[in-house]
Design a protein around this ligand. Structure first.
Ligand code: AMX
Length: 467
């Protein structure tokens, strides 16, 4: 019976039963079932592709690329999203404005922004979910949200000077007592079943993160006050806002937008790549994602959102809100001359304003047009790109996602800048986990690129140049 059901689901998913009519019956509201139906087809597709093109060259590697952070090397397969230098991110082919338009909405906010549940469904399956499918994920995550006592105790025992990101990463590592993948592996599960346990762990991990994040927040900034229990009627973002102690419907909506847009940025960024790399050793999803979070905690990556607010606060303290364009320019130049980067500007791949910046700016224009900090961010947008161009170093003078996010959070009362990267981390779990599931479905091997020392590389380069 189960076999027949899986076969039928497969036929429905591959449209062999109902032709162009996508769902002649109600679509399955189980993400696992939809995925289970897709995987065999995708495995066959990749197998055939590799058979035809396994030896086809798709790029080259130069010496500069090797010393230059592997920039531009085509070396990873990530199904969930692709980043275009000019256009920005597309999640499974959909731009951010398209996601804002097409993905299901939630209750309890203002209904303007998409549910991250819908985005996760899209990242995993490549399909825009129905409202029912997105709601089923909210329900499932609520059911999986409980975290074990040893993690709560560990968080409660951390000293207040331990950075929230260190607490977050440590808690995720310790959550691996719950890993179904690790247990199944120890029990000798077959490789073809790895994805199922990775899926289970991913769903559990995503479900548990808002509670972990809320405990850290309350311990550090709300005198250790108790986190309210998960409300089964609320979605993931709404529950998180409530657990953090924020009930403004606009903040709930902001959380939905925030958790959607920070989720994924193709495979090469530090957090996604690290999660994938560590996962390739078959470390369970908790260990893999915790490693990714240690990368997100770097100031050139996710910590930049904290750095931006610290920097903006300095501007306000030293010059005030009525800062002129000339004063602003001087402040930016002083930052550069002191050898620091302008946080929130530049990107390794993007060459235009980050659409994640743009959609946050649109949110701000609607909800907080007169906020002094937002005005400051807008003034910066006018002066920084020209200065970075004049300095002539940064390949991309335009703002990235981190230039804007802190400003929105502080407006609703979340002024604790050190905490901002934790929210980024909660969101990034969606992309990293969706990718891990497909890594296991494709049976990708342990990652192990070849490295050389400089003498070997010189020999290789000379040989290549003399050919
Ligand atoms: N301010 C000052 N200098 C900058 C700069 C900025 N915002 N962005 C790049 N540069 C400098 C680099 O430091 C580098 O200088 P160097 O030659 O002296 O080492 C030079 O310009 C060339 O760098 P690049 O090729 O343009 O960038 P990259 O790919 O090496 O690095 C990034 C990309 C994001 C790390 C860099 O632009 C940066 O440091 N930006 C500020 C920090 C930030 O906002 N990070 C968040 C990025 C998004 C994210 O991951 N969350």
């Amino acid at each position: 019976m189960a076999l027949f059901r899986n076969k039928l689901l497969h036929l429905v998913a591959t449209k062999q039963v109902f032709g162009s009519c996508r769902y002649a019956t109600a679509p399955s509201s189980s993400l696992r079932d939809v995925l289970a139906a897709q995987i065999p087809e995708k495995q066959e597709e990749v197998k055939a592709f590799r058979k035809d093109h396994g030896k086809t060259k798709v790029g080259e590697v130069t010496v500069d690329m090797m010393y230059g952070g592997m920039r531009g090397i085509r070396g990873l397969v990530t199904e969930t999203s692709v980043l275009d230098p000019d256009e920005g991110i597309r999640f499974r082919g959909y731009s951010i404005p398209e996601c804002q338009k097409l993905l299901p909405r939630g209750n309890g906010g203002t209904g303007e922004e998409p549910l991250p549940e819908g985005l996760f469904w899209l990242l995993v399956t490549g399909e825009i979910p129905t409202q029912e499918q997105a709601d089923s994920l909210s329900k499932e995550w609520n059911e999986r949200a409980a975290i074990p006592n040893h993690v709560i105790q560990m968080l409660n025992n951390f000293p207040s000077n331990l950075h929230p990101m260190s607490q977050f990463s440590a808690a995720i590592t310790a959550l691996n007592t719950e890993s179904k993948f690790a247990k199944a592996y120890a029990d000798g599960v077959k490789k073809t079943k790895y994805w199922e346990y990775t899926f289970e762990d991913s769903m559990d991990l995503i479900a548990k993160l808002p509670t972990v994040a809320a405990i850290i927040y309350r311990n550090l900034y709300r005198e250790g006050s108790a986190v309210s229990p998960i409300d089964m009627k609320k979605d993931w973002s709404w529950n998180m806002a409530a657990m953090l102690g924020y009930d403004n419907p606009d903040f709930v909506e902001l959380m939905r937008l925030y958790l959607t847009i920070h989720s994924d940025h193709e495979g090469g960024n530090v957090s996604a790549h690290t999660t994938h790399l560590v996962g390739s050793a078959l470390s369970d999803p908790y260990l893999s994602f915790a490693a990714g979070m240690n990368g997100l905690a770097g100031p050139l990556h996710g910590l930049a959102n904290q750095e931006v607010l610290i920097w903006l606060t300095k501007v306000r303290e030293q010059v005030g809100d009525d800062i002129t364009e000339e004063q602003m320019k001087k402040f930016v130049w002083d930052t550069l001359k002191s050898g620091q980067v302008v946080p929130g500007y530049g990107h390794a791949v993007l060459r235009k304003t980050d659409p994640r910046y743009t959609c946050q700016r649109e949110f701000a224009l609607k909800k907080l047009p007169n906020d002094p900090m937002f005005q400051l961010v807008s003034k910066l947008y006018k002066v920084v790109p020209d200065i970075l161009l004049a300095q002539g170093k940064a390949a991309n003078p335009w703002p990235n996602v981190d230039a804007h996010s802190g400003v929105l959070l502080q407006y609703y009362g979340m002024t604790e800048m050190n905490y901002y990267t934790v929210l980024f981390g909660v969101s990034r779990a969606l992309g990293c986990c969706a990718s891990l599931i497909w890594d296991r479905a494709f049976g990708l091997p342990i990652e192990r690129p070849k490295s050389f020392d400089t003498p070997h590389l010189k020999k290789l380069a000379t040989k290549s140049a003399n050919k």
